[in-house]
Design a protein around this ligand. Structure first.
Ligand SMILES: [Zn+2]
Length: 357
């Protein structure tokens, strides 16, 4: 796929070093860069300039969602040379890419984001206080290598937050206004598997079979969200992640039970005939393994799982009651909000955040 490789990794070189050595043995020139935290547009500007100077023609990313999204963005900006804001959604001009990105290979080390099979890269803009996507069908990784054994050493809090992000990325596409038979097949396959495996990887981090189930579920979630969109959890995670120093998975985990409860409540009162209610009921049955569970039981089950997995409330990231109006206003504009099964009022969105504090 290329002769000059950019290897994108996290802070530790434990993961990247074997890959760099293997590439060098294979005769590739290799440059390694580190992604210290969730990527910002400034970081991506700097790294894509570096990759252009080094004339890299293939990008490999090994790490969590931040690392994979960074690699995906750099691969796109290597050949599309306008400023990143030219292409960025929501806060940029949102122009389409004009050139195919260089080949990009994704190797996830967490079971959470599914970024290895999606066509967007999420970048933060501290100046705008929001996160937004670079998006193009051409940004889909050329190759994704999913090896569950890479996830075994992930610390427990990250196992919990990324795992709950994976579960969110199965539930939101399943109830999305853009759900379709293809994504339904992925969600129905993986929701019960993730529900069963997530408590197991928490209790026993080296449970290889459960880790494998989580990697599979995360992959299904990535494919589902890329083809059906998400919902209010991710609609809220966009501004919260942009305004506060909180990891994406942790934000989604804290919001998920409250969004399910709020959506079900709003659907029952305003659109009682909505097929989304049937889908929430089915979701609850898949989560609880109880044939008579109601949509509300699903929200309660997720809340219970969040307690077991010691999910911190949003207040632990310094989000306060007074921040709610600006979070709600920005969330209403987020791309994920458009796929939520019902249009929520600003007051309802605010109540979700208040409940998750
Ligand atoms: Zn997510």
């Amino acid at each position: 796929m290329g002769s000059r490789a950019l290897v994108v990794g996290g802070r530790s070189s434990d993961r990247t070093q074997p890959l760099v050595s293997a590439l060098q043995t294979a005769g590739l020139q290799t440059i390694r860069v580190e992604i210290p935290a969730e990527p910002t547009i400034d970081l991506i500007r700097r790294l894509s300039a570096l990759a252009r100077n080094e004339r890299c023609d293939v990008v490999l990313a090994i790490g969590g969602g931040s690392v994979i999204d960074s690699g995906k963005a750099i691969a796109a900006l290597l050949t599309n040379r306008e400023d990143v804001l030219e292409y960025l959604e929501v806060i940029g001009r949102g122009h389409p890419l004009t050139h195919a990105p260089v080949p990009f290979i994704a190797i996830p080390t967490t079971a959470g984001t599914g970024s290895e099979v999606t066509r967007n890269a999420v970048l933060g803009s501290p100046a705008h206080g929001v996160k937004a996507s670079l998006r193009s069908a051409q940004m889909l990784p050329r190759l994704a290598i999913i090896d569950p054994s890479l996830t075994i050493s992930v610390p427990r809090p990250i196992t919990a937050s990324t795992g709950l992000d994976a579960l969110t990325q199965l539930i939101e596409p399943y109830v999305s206004v853009r759900a379709n038979r293809f994504t339904d097949a992925l969600c129905v396959e993986a929701i019960p598997r993730a529900a069963a495996a997530l408590p197991r990887v928490w209790d026993r981090p080296d449970d290889a079979a459960a880790r494998s189930e989580m990697s599979w579920s995360s992959l299904c979630g990535g494919l589902a969200l890329a083809n059906a969109g998400l919902g209010a959890v991710h609609g809220l995670a966009a501004p919260i992640g942009g305004m506060f120093d909180a990891p994406h998975g942790a934000i989604c985990a804290a919001l998920l039970p409250h969004v399910i409860a709020a959506n079900v409540r709003a659907l029952r009162s305003r659109q009682p005939e909505s097929p989304a209610l049937v889908r929430y009921q089915h979701t609850a049955r898949m989560l609880t393994n109880q044939p008579h569970a109601t949509a509300e039981d699903g929200a309660a089950w997720v809340a219970q799982l969040c307690r077991k997995l010691e999910v911190p409330p949003l207040a632990s990231y310094k989000i306060q009651q007074t921040d709610i109006p600006s979070v709600a206003e920005r969330a209403a504009k987020a791309s994920s909000m458009k796929a939520n099964p019902i249009v929520l009022s600003p007051a309802e969105i605010g109540e979700i955040v208040a409940a998750a504090l």
